[in-house]
Design a protein. Sequence first.
Lengths: 221, 322
Amino acid sequence: MQGGRNLKSILLSKWTKRILFLACLVPFAILLWRILHSDLGPNPVQFVEYTTGRWTLRFLAITLAIAPARRILRLPELIRFRRMTGLFAFFYVCMHFLSYLGIDKYFMWDQIWSDIHKRPYIIAGFTGFVLLIPLALTSTAWSIRWLGGKRWRMLHRLIYLTAVAGVIHYYWQVKSDKRAPLFYAAIFGALLAWRVGEWFFKRARKSLAAEARAPRTSATN
Amino acid sequence: MFLKKSPYSTDDEITPKEVYFNRRKFLAGMGIAGAAALAGREAWKFATPAASADPQAKLSFVPGSYSTKEKITPFKDVTHYNNFYEFGTGKSDPARNAGRMVTSPWTVSVEGEVKNRRKYSLAEIEKLAPLEERIYRHRCVEGWSIVVPWIGYSLGAILRLAEPTPKAKYVAFQSYFNPAVMPWAASAGISFPYVEGLRLDEAMHPLTLLSVGMYGEALPNQDGAPVRIVLPWKYGYKSIKSLVKIRLVAEQPPTTWNEYSSSAYGFYSNVNPGVDTVPWSQAYEHRLGQGLFARPIPTRIFNGYGDQVASLYRGMDLRKYH
């Protein structure tokens, strides 16, 4: 199809990747603009923490959505963008953690230490952050070769734990209106359910294929 | 149209009057504090509420006691960062939505274990005792705080007129609730109407304020118009807004947040950095309106009003009775 080939060539173009990179930076750019213009509302610390936290969850969701999108839309080229969106999730979580350390806790290490080992919602958030670090460090093609595809894929499944930790971190902070964290829980739930479904489907296909290849030893009639 | 500057704000914080006024009758008498300007500031960044075009309802008052010398929080911050879940759970939702609430006519009924049950109109409430301005610190359980120049008088004045019977041990409060005007209440997660309560001695304490105004004028809707309670030594959710009922009772009354989670939100809810009942630390607080890089403030027990109220809790285990 002419249209399909055009879309694929757009996805493969290096300009698409650059434009998407800039698009991923837009939330951060808007935040910076707001900081420079003191347009953060009455509680600027909370605004920065919430904005960076929400974008972390969104980029985690986008990253996890690429595999199903490739399959459902029949666009395997989308894989090119997954490292970028994953690293942006890491970028936003770093900004989130930094804002917590610097402007919320003002680098009061005794308070931070107390939070990290006493408060469940902080433990959940910190866990999610820490789990992403090895993923960011092994995001290069070189790392895939060094670890081997299978081990790399296993390591990068940690992103599921980060997503869960992030939702729990959000849920435990909200006082009574749990709709926003539940919304993210639903999104991640659907994305994980798709993967579980895929895994079962693959296993079923594999066993069917193995049966088809194996010669029948039972009596035929 | 006069353009007098309020002493509480710099040019940056002056907001157009139409934007924050609730629907109220104009009160005679000039407030000492003067009025906020009617400058049409387009640099005003926050959502405008569904405003009514009431003339300024300035209040006549005198400086009261217990005022702090700390810097008063800008009016625009106090009117655009609110927890008033009936109008939405987002901090800027009440400013946007509370304009729908009709605050005139208004009735506050005093009932229960009292000799004199009666209903008060807002005009009667305002005339019951001399109005004072009290600059109180206000500490939210979420970890932020503000300094607000409230206008009102001690709740004790109205309670003494009611003459509580010997059976009265507690005071229960109820907030205005109208689902037609407050459709957001259904998804807020807490139950309505919003109720609160105090021990009788807490309610009779001079620090407990029955407030009808702030910053020299009538309360904006999102801040609990037209009359509310202010309890500066407790977490903010105990300072019930848009008061309609005061009831003297013999048993400890239910309170909305305590019903939601009794482990997190106790009946007393005294500000206490040493007692953490919610998921986050109460050791520090962020004072609003001071910018992104302001240092957090160490929270003080009883929000710094220990000299006035600590005696109420002498001998009480503050962790058990939080």
